[in-house]
Design a protein around this ligand. Structure first.
Ligand code: FES
Ligand code: FES
Length: 210
């Protein structure tokens, strides 16, 4: 089909004049441009108006480890990038950057999330907890101590994510079975293969009732 070939008009249309393909493309591009020039609001199908954010930086506020943080960020920025690059909280690691390895695990409202796959703008006004909050007054958190005791780390790159996941898992499973430990930590990967030590660390805490 060439640009000036006529576009077929539906039979029940009251206007039977043919519209060229070029005209059709011009009309379509104008229609698509309208929301961009109409103002900083988008109207949803239900008639609700929501403000358009970005693409430039917008002010954001966060609650991280019980402290308030503010920043101007583009809406496309992930929570992981905000933590690491903006707030210098580098405990959560970027490994796969696609919700597969768990190295970036943090808590959002007490639930584990992959920070690489949450937009910072969505994490506003939620309680974000990172591995940095676990050590208190120079004393390791029981999960961190158990990792040391059980030699549950080699290169250590996966360790912060595992520690956060283990802490959250033990919160909901204080007396887990070996099978529950295996399944409960399946969202985190360790390329060095220290799974046995990590499971022993969890079992150590469960035995102590920490
Ligand atoms: S870096 Fe987020 S899941 Fe791997
Ligand atoms: S200790 Fe190296 S990736 Fe887990």
């Amino acid at each position: 089909m060439h640009d000036d070939d006529p576009v077929k008009v539906p039979k029940d249309s009251s206007d039977h004049s043919a519209v060229s393909r070029r005209d059709f493309l011009k009309i379509s591009s104008i229609s698509l441009a309208v929301p961009l020039v109409a103002g900083p609001k988008m109207v949803l199908a239900a008639g609700e108006e929501v403000p358009v954010q970005g693409p430039g930086k917008v002010p954001m506020e966060f609650s991280i480890n019980g402290k308030s943080y503010k920043a101007e960020l583009e809406p496309r920025v992930t929570l992981l990038d905000a933590l690491r690059d903006q707030f210098e909280l580098t405990g959560a690691k970027r490994v796969c950057d696609r919700a597969e390895c768990g190295a970036c695990t943090v808590l959002m409202d007490n639930k584990t999330v992959y920070a690489c796959s949450v937009l910072a703008i969505e994490a506003q006004h939620k309680a974000i907890t990172t591995v940095e909050s676990l050590m208190q007054a120079g004393k390791l958190h029981p999960v961190q101590q158990a990792f040391v005791d059980q030699d549950a780390s080699q290169c250590g790159f996966c360790t912060p994510g595992f520690v956060v996941s283990c802490q959250a898992f033990l919160h909901t499973h204080p007396q887990p079975t070996p099978d529950e430990i295996r399944r409960g930590l399946s969202g985190n990967l360790c390329r060095c293969g220290t799974y046995a030590g990590i499971r022993q660390a969890v079992a150590q805490i469960a035995q102590k009732g920490a």
